[in-house]
Design a protein around this ligand. Structure first.
Ligand code: FAD
Length: 464
């Protein structure tokens, strides 16, 4: 989206790096399963804040019969993103797509120097630019228990999005999915679509499943609660106010989902109103509940999950993993059950990590064999280690200013490095879905364009 803005404005020369070679579609929209639906209705998925129905109109041009309330396959949205990029490329400027992993980014007063590799082990190459935008996206989850990392990849799959087959050879064997959110839903549907017939178990601390969107095509419009700026700035205070608002709305016959949706435009402000201690409390205690009401699934998807549960093919547990031991035909997983204090060991043929994207960029001094020290990629480890980026103390990404300029450890903001996407959770909380990403993209492109005038390049910010 940032590239599209810069190109549409004309004159920009943009180099896109992606280590997977899937330009624009990333983890979310490169799925090839038609069962993976967007969890945001089509009417809210335009790539551009100033053209709210762009995705709907693109769909009509391609013969899709949708309404603004339709939940459409994510792979179709991927096609829309690719087309959007191609259209921007034809509009002007110059776009170069490079398949490779960027492993470092360093600024000088006059440029950014990026080092990258075409493939692991290949020679390091260098590209220089006036500015760089880090749109690094969603990283594979962290292993929910260290013993899982020791297992053979045939028994433990840490990255559910890596593109490898999820199901083991025996379609009747029992599987364990760790996590019960939208990633678990995706994986479960992929497995059953691929012919897996065996029992699927899913476990998370509280065993909470995502709620479903309302099936009504035109949900009632609900205004954000008045006076949010006066809410007590604590996790508990926010919880109390939201519950009060939901109860008041229910008395007027308004569904709770409308209240949650109405908070979206003020969520970033609410998050920024919390100090670090309260953010920590929210993250630890309120987040599991917030996630299931905020990140809802499409009604048809929810229907399929409920069918699987009713038929006994999907079993949800609340508890945590205490350890995993390889055995000849699978893996024995020891789990503690929430509430009862009891423990139980079950045998599975494979465990799949569905705990959701990892955004923890903190780097430990005692880097392991991979040299990353806990950071998800070499680039992030380098930026944090050299003080060019600041990792959020709660593991919610990297810090940046209101326009997305990366915050250095010292002496302040990085003038030529921008950040966008899920790693901005530290400052924005609500920043992972398209309705927010498109606003951030326009902001970042606008800021780069404005600053480019100072670098002796044409200022195209008015067009962003
Ligand atoms: C499974 C899933 C489903 C989702 N569904 C929805 C939905 O229905 N609606 C919605 O609004 N939002 C949804 N989201 C939210 C989603 O995060 C965003 O919509 C969007 O995909 C984020 O875009 P991005 O460009 O920041 O990251 P990504 O799309 O993840 O792209 C980042 C890309 O950067 C590459 N990369 C990372 N580091 C490097 C490096 N050092 N060098 C080179 N390349 C690198 C990665 O390989 C990746 O291809 C979903 C997210 C996930 C994970």
């Amino acid at each position: 989206m940032v590239a599209a803005h810069l190109l549409r404005a004309g004159g920009a020369r943009v180099v896109l790096f992606d280590q997977t070679g899937r330009f624009g579609t990333g983890v979310a929209y490169s799925t090839t399963s038609s069962q993976h639906l967007l969890n945001v209705p089509a009417g809210r998925m335009s790539a551009f804040p100033d053209a709210a129905d762009d995705f709907l109109r693109w769909g009509q041009r391609h013969g899709h019969v949708w309404t603004g309330g339709s939940f459409v396959p994510r792979m179709i949205y991927g096609q829309y993103l690719r087309d959007t990029l191609n259209a921007a490329e034809s509009a002007g400027g110059m776009l170069l797509r490079v398949t490779g992993e960027v492993i470092s980014a360093r600024e000088t007063p006059s440029e950014v120097k990026l080092e990258w590799r075409g493939e692991p082990g290949a020679a390091v190459q260098t590209t220089r630019a006036d500015a760089a935008v880090l749109a690094l996206g969603n990283f594979a989850p962290r292993a929910p228990h260290p013993s899982l990392r020791e297992l053979d990849p045939a028994r433990y799959m840490n990255d559910p999005w890596c593109g490898a087959a999820l199901a083991p050879a025996d379609p009747t064997s029992p599987l364990l999915l760790v996590g019960t959110g939208l990633t678990m839903v995706d994986v479960c549907l992929t497995l059953t679509e691929g012919g897996h017939r065996g029992p699927i178990h899913a476990v998370s601390r509280r065993g909470l499943l995502p709620t479903a969107h309302r099936a009504a095509p035109k949900p009632a419009k609900y205004e954000p609660p008045k006076g949010v700026e006066n809410w007590e700035r604590t996790a508990r205070g926010y919880l109390r106010e939201v519950r009060r608002e939901v109860a008041a709305a229910a008395k007027r016959g308004v569904d709770w989902r409308e209240v949650i949706t109405s908070l979206r435009p003020v969520t970033q402000r609410l998050w920024q109103g919390l100090d670090l201690r309260e953010r920590k409390r929210f993250n630890e205690h309120v987040r599991p509940f917030w996630e299931i009401v905020r990140h809802r699934s499409a009604p048809t998807i929810d229907g399929r999950i409920q069918e699987l549960i009713l038929s006994g093919r999907l079993v949800i547990h609340s508890g945590r993993i205490l350890g995993a031991t390889p055995v000849i035909d699978g893996v024995d997983v020891r789990m503690a059950t929430r509430g009862s204090g009891g423990e139980r060991t079950r045998r599975f043929s494979r465990v799949i990590n569905c705990t959701g994207p990892n955004s923890d960029c903190r780097v430990r001094a005692d880097a392991g064999a991979d040299g990353l020290g806990g950071a998800p990629t070499a680039l992030i480890a380098q930026l944090v280690r050299e003080g060019l980026a600041t990792a959020d103390p709660l593991g919610l990404g990297l810090r940046a200013d209101a326009e997305g300029r990366l915050e250095r450890k010292s002496p302040g903001l990085a003038p030529r490095l921008w950040l966008i996407g899920p790693l901005r959770k530290a400052d924005l909380w609500e920043c992972t879905a398209v309705p927010e990403l498109r606003d951030e993209a326009a902001k970042v492109a606008g800021a780069i364009s404005r600053e480019s005038a100072a670098w002796g390049l044409p200022d195209v910010s008015a067009a962003c």
